[in-house]
Design a protein. Structure first.
Length: 79
């Protein structure tokens, strides 16, 4: 059966694949030093416990939502 955490895990898995595939595709347009750096950055973003979140909500609201999903929330960067 699927529950909320299963859905989040599946979404994170597909987002990880998307980031890596995009890094390789975009990397083909750059020289090898940029390509290697781009792939390295994508791999770092997809490590367990790491990632990228874009949201139109305040950090407090996002934190509440994440805590509801029983995930730890640490604000590392806010742009």
């Amino acid at each position: 059966t699927y529950n909320r955490s299963t859905t989040v895990t599946i979404r994170l898995y597909f987002n990880t694949l998307s980031i890596l595939m995009m890094a390789v595709s975009v990397g083909n347009y750059f020289n090898s030093s940029y390509k290697d750096e781009l792939i390295s950055t994508a791999k770092q973003l997809t490590l367990p416990g790491k990632g990228l979140l874009a949201a139109d909500e305040s950090t407090g609201t996002v934190g509440k939502r994440v805590r509801l999903l029983l995930l730890s929330f640490i604000l590392h960067f806010r742009f």
